[in-house]
Ligand binder design. Structure first.
Ligand code: COA
Length: 172
């Protein structure tokens, strides 16, 4: 399928979120090695739930989700998003397919998307929440300049482990 490229980096094409990718999104979100870092809800993500999420992104101005593809292989890499977008700030989120993790795709994608947020959406601040057991994500966010501004303790028990939510932000 020919998808319009809305952003790109050396290795990644970013396209708008799309209904025909919902099966890919379900595989991504329901992978237990990924799901444990994004929700404490034991239930699986459903087709309807992902459908509504795509619909919201396509029909409102407060949520932008982009799907990423590896330029070389054409394979689906994952999603990156800005949620709760206002004229000043937005919450950033990212999920990279397990097969592409630890190869600096996350770093490459976040750098470009943050640049898009500051330069094109004219945001002044980008914030996020990350579970305290997600050492890799925390390392990456700090590397990009995010600083911790709040910690909410013991928000959930994930795989038997009590986790905090660490809130981080980045100013332009
Ligand atoms: C978190 C995520 C987006 C990072 O993307 P990625 O492409 O895997 O990460 P990158 O390869 O760009 O960078 C990872 C960095 O963390 C480091 N790292 C890897 N595992 C680590 C660990 N267990 N503890 C600390 N640092 C770790 C790597 O060495 C690298 O740092 P470096 O560039 O200084 O060497 C991706 O792994 C992912 O989607 N994970 C599952 C979903 C998720 O956690 N989303 C974020 C929710 S807040």
């Amino acid at each position: 399928m020919n998808r319009e490229i809305v952003l790109e980096t050396n290795r990644i094409n970013f396209t708008n979120v799309s209904y025909d990718l919902i099966d890919e999104y379900l595989k991504l979100f329901n992978n237990p090695n990924i799901k444990k870092f994004i929700t404490a809800d034991p239930n699986l993500y459903t087709y309807e739930n992902r459908f509504m999420c795509v619909k919201e992104a396509l029909e409102t101005d407060t949520l932008i989700i982009l799907s990423m593809f590896d330029k070389q292989s054409g394979r689906f890499i994952g999603n990156i998003d800005f949620d709760n977008i206002t004229s000043d700030n937005a919450e950033i989120g990212i999920i990279i397919n397990e097969k592409f993790q630890n190869n600096h795709y996350g770093l490459e994608a976040l750098k470009r998307f943050i640049e898009y947020g500051f330069d094109e959406l004219k945001l002044k601040e980008i914030y996020l929440g990350v579970y305290s057991n997600n050492d890799r994500a925390i390392h990456l966010y700090k590397k990009l300049g995010f600083i911790t501004y709040k910690v909410e303790e013991k928000v959930a028990i994930i795989n038997g482990e009590s986790v905090d939510t660490i809130y981080m932000k980045l100013h332009k």
